[in-house]
Ligand binder design. Structure first.
Ligand code: ASP
Length: 323
């Protein structure tokens, strides 16, 4: 019989409606009181790590969760993590980059609280548990399962504020699906080497470019001191020229400056040589990070710095070319 551990961290999946009709964290997570009904092929243990709305998750809580999984994974055939959907993709990617475990790790959540009509939590937990218990899920990296679809943590993102089909992987599509009580994979992602960390670096910042953006915020960050920044540029990674002097100064101070695109789909590329174009930025020492959203690049920067990478090793890590 397969042994699956479900680790609860909070989120809407664990919440309930209060007397005003708002969704609130429950004093006791209702999921802990009910064991999902699966076949007699699976034995389920549950544990509450946190009971947090996912906007309250931090790199520190992600590390605590990763350490808990690392400590117990050898005793189980699969781990399911329940999590709020707002930052689910960040925690899933953090786990993907840092865990060194042999069993599948599957993150799930819900768009509707446990007491709302057609709550999706129970079905998502059941599907995630089936995926965690499947031999097909071994060596697939950390997986995200919602709405009967299986995604790679590194490619999945929340695409709709309220719809049940919110989790999508615009670049790759899903890796698989759960249908008719069967887990099916129709794609695989290349495995990445995970790195071990025991603390998290602070003072990292994420910026999003907009037409007419000035350098005021970058200048403030430069004055305050930073260990690294990520900028979501336009299109294939281009920025307003007004930012260039501040970027040059940050790079001169050895602050890693990572460029991704604010565009929903596709990667940055050194195509344009004009002032602020990604080709010029690359020549200045900006790191072009492939196929990552701003929030995922932040996690990768966080993990890379926390693992002690610097110089060319940090640059290679952040380029994310082996995905
Ligand atoms: N705001 C909620 C959270 O992330 C959303 C959800 O769980 O679906 O905690």
């Amino acid at each position: 019989m397969k042994k699956i551990l479900i680790l609860h961290t909070g989120g809407t999946i664990s919440m309930q409606t209060d007397q005003h009709g708002s969704i609130e964290t429950s004093a006791v997570n209702p999921l802990v009181r009910q064991t999902p009904q699966l076949t007699d092929q699976v034995s389920i243990m549950q544990e509450e790590v946190f009971n947090l709305p996912s906007p309250h998750m931090t790199p520190e809580t992600m590390l605590t969760l990763a350490q808990r999984i690392q400590a117990v994974a050898a005793n189980y055939d699969g781990i399911v993590v329940t999590h709020g959907t707002d930052t689910l993709e960040e925690t899933a990617y953090f786990l993907d980059l840092t865990l060194q475990v042999n069993c599948p790790v599957v993150v799930t959540g819900a768009m509707r609280s446990s007491d709302q009509t057609s709550a999706d939590g129970p079905a998502n937990i059941k599907a995630a548990t089936m995926v965690a218990a499947s031999d097909k899920s071994v060596n697939q990296g950390v997986l995200v399962v919602l709405n009967d679809q299986i995604f790679a943590a590194r490619f999945v993102t929340k695409t709709h504020t309220t719809n049940l089909a919110t989790f999508q992987a615009p670049l790759t599509g899903p890796l698989g699906a759960i249908a008719d009580e069967q887990v099916t994979f129709f794609a695989q992602v290349p495995q990445q080497t995970s790195v071990q960390i025991d603390h998290v670096t602070d003072k990292l910042y994420l910026f999003k470019a907009f037409a007419g953006m000035n350098a005021d915020l970058l200048n403030l960050v430069e004055q305050a001191g930073s260990n690294g920044i990520v900028i979501e540029g336009f299109g294939a990674g281009n920025l307003p020229p007004t930012l260039i002097p501040a970027i040059k100064r940050l790079i001169a101070k050895n602050v890693p400056v990572v460029l991704v695109s604010r565009t929903f789909n596709g990667s940055v590329a050194p195509i344009y040589a004009y002032e602020g174009g990604a080709k010029q930025l690359q020549e200045l020492g900006v790191i072009l990070s492939h196929n990552l959203t701003g929030q995922k690049a932040m996690i990768r920067l966080q993990v890379g710095l926390s693992a002690g990478l610097n110089g060319s090793r940090l640059t290679e890590y952040l380029k994310n070319e082996d995905n």
